[in-house]
Design a protein. Structure first.
Length: 61
């Protein structure tokens, strides 16, 4: 996601993050933080939508 402020070269992809969030659903997580992004570079709100989708995955029961 080019709009992210804190890039990780060769970091995990969206699919990897989704799989991780699915695994974390069973744990008693009390807080989560999402990396910031440059809204002016977020074409079509892609970064925002992906982050919200990942958080939704974490919250599903």
């Amino acid at each position: 996601m080019p709009a992210l402020k804190y890039h990780v070269k060769n970091g995990p992809g969206i699919e990897d993050m989704e799989a991780l969030f699915w695994q974390l659903r069973g744990y008693p997580i009390v807080a989560a933080s999402v990396s910031a992004w440059h809204s002016e570079q977020d074409e079509g709100d892609r970064a925002a939508r992906i982050c919200l989708d990942l958080l939704e995955t974490l919250l599903q029961e």
